[in-house]
Design a protein around this ligand. Structure first.
Ligand code: GRG
Length: 370
């Protein structure tokens, strides 16, 4: 699977690479998180990826799915997750990111995905997950977000994408994940929901996303993460699910597909491996079911956030005492081997409206690159 992920990430001429151009940021997160779980993250070029992520930050503080696209909360979360995976969060101007995230919250507590205003419980999850990873829950109205999720709950205990929307396992992950992050799992109709979720297991062992639908490997994550948070993983047949996930692998070329015999992709490869992690099998290390991040990375993030909260408290907790992003010289120095490369990147940053580029350009003379 490692060589599959590395091969598809490098093949920029492939059909799959071209058609996923608009969601590259999430693609990088799926690939990098899968490699982290396989203890193979060092197969990717850290500097290249971190510079790609930073250059996708737009003037409003949010991140786009790729260069030249508009910011969206989905890609903002993926960007934060990638920087966390590569231990590069210190390069981020967190206040700018959180101002963007907070700007998307509506009066009724819901979050829009971007400036155009689409509402979906996916975006509530992204907002809470970003705030939690950055240790900045106080920047958004968590209580109002929880109340909005509550309004999306259905009679069967499940959740849809908006009030009155059909229960769907993907949306259930976002709502249960967001409630777990908010510390409000007490809001969930636990038994009804766990019952609905375990009914997603099909005779072939795989899980579907709603009644009457086919099993698909990605639901090994959407369903099982929610059951994990509800402490009811044992309500499904774990061995049968494991067999289903393994049967979707491409035994020759690597990668995992949605169903046995289909062509693999990075999305299903990640969610298949993440599902095995939740099942605790095949030596895949634990993943945090709420943040969709390796547990080892979450431990580092929690320690970082606790330290920063202490610093803020010691300084009196005012906005003016926020921790500043790390000076970027060390990163710039390791990321680019020639001045021309750096300049191309700086120009992309500037086109994206990144405020920090001016600082880098001031320091450009100090680079010492030819
Ligand atoms: C960090 C893991 C993570 C997620 C970020 C984007 C997001 C937050 C969550 C997406 C949740 C979601 C709605 C997942 C479902 C994706 C999916 C396979 C949709 C397919 O829907 P249909 O209707 O498929 O085509 P079914 O299986 O119902 O026929």
């Amino acid at each position: 699977h490692t060589s599959y992920i590395c091969r598809v990430s490098a093949d920029s001429e492939s059909f799959e690479f071209q058609v996923s151009e608009h969601l590259r940021m999430s693609g990088v997160y799926w690939g990098a998180c899968a490699l982290h779980l396989l203890s193979q993250l060092d197969q990717l070029q850290r500097e290249q990826i971190v510079s790609f992520v930073l250059s996708c930050q737009r003037g409003n503080g949010g991140f786009a799915g790729n260069l030249g696209h508009d910011a969206h909360i989905l890609y903002t979360l993926s960007a934060v997750q990638i920087l966390a995976l590569f231990d590069a969060l210190d390069y981020l101007d967190e206040s700018r990111v959180m101002r963007y995230v907070a700007s998307l919250q509506q009066e009724d507590g819901a979050f829009a995905g971007d400036e155009w205003g689409e509402i979906d419980t996916r975006f509530t999850y992204c907002a809470l997950c970003c705030a939690s990873l950055l240790g900045r829950m106080e920047d958004i109205n968590v209580q109002a977000a929880v109340e909005f999720i509550q309004r999306c709950e259905n009679f069967d205990g499940g959740y849809g994408c908006e009030p009155g929307g059909e229960s769907h396992a993907g949306q259930i992950f976002t709502c249960v994940g967001a409630l777990a992050i908010a510390g409000r799992l007490d809001m969930v109709k636990e038994k009804e929901l766990a019952w609905w979720l375990c009914e997603r297991q099909t005779p072939g062992g795989g899980l579907n996303g709603r009644p009457q639908k086919d099993a698909d490997v990605c639901y090994s994550w959407w369903v099982l993460s929610a059951l994990t948070l509800l402490k009811r993983v044992d309500w499904i047949d774990g061995s049968a699910l494991r067999r289903f996930i393994l049967s979707c692998q491409d035994q020759e070329e690597g990668g995992i597909a949605d169903k046995p015999g289909d062509v693999p992709d990075v999305f299903h490869t990640f969610f298949g491996i993440a599902g095995l992690s939740l099942l605790g099998t095949d030596d895949v290390p634990p993943i945090d079911a709420a943040h969709a991040m390796p547990a080892s990375v979450m431990r580092k993030i929690e320690a970082r956030n606790a330290e920063r909260a202490q610093v803020r408290e010691r300084r009196g907790g005012s906005q003016s005492t926020e921790t500043q992003p790390l000076p970027l010289m060390s990163f710039v120095d390791s990321a680019f081997t020639t001045r021309a490369e750096y300049e191309r990147w700086a120009a992309e940053m500037k086109a994206g409206g990144n405020e920090q580029v001016e600082w880098w350009q001031l320091k450009d003379n100090d680079l010492g690159k030819t």
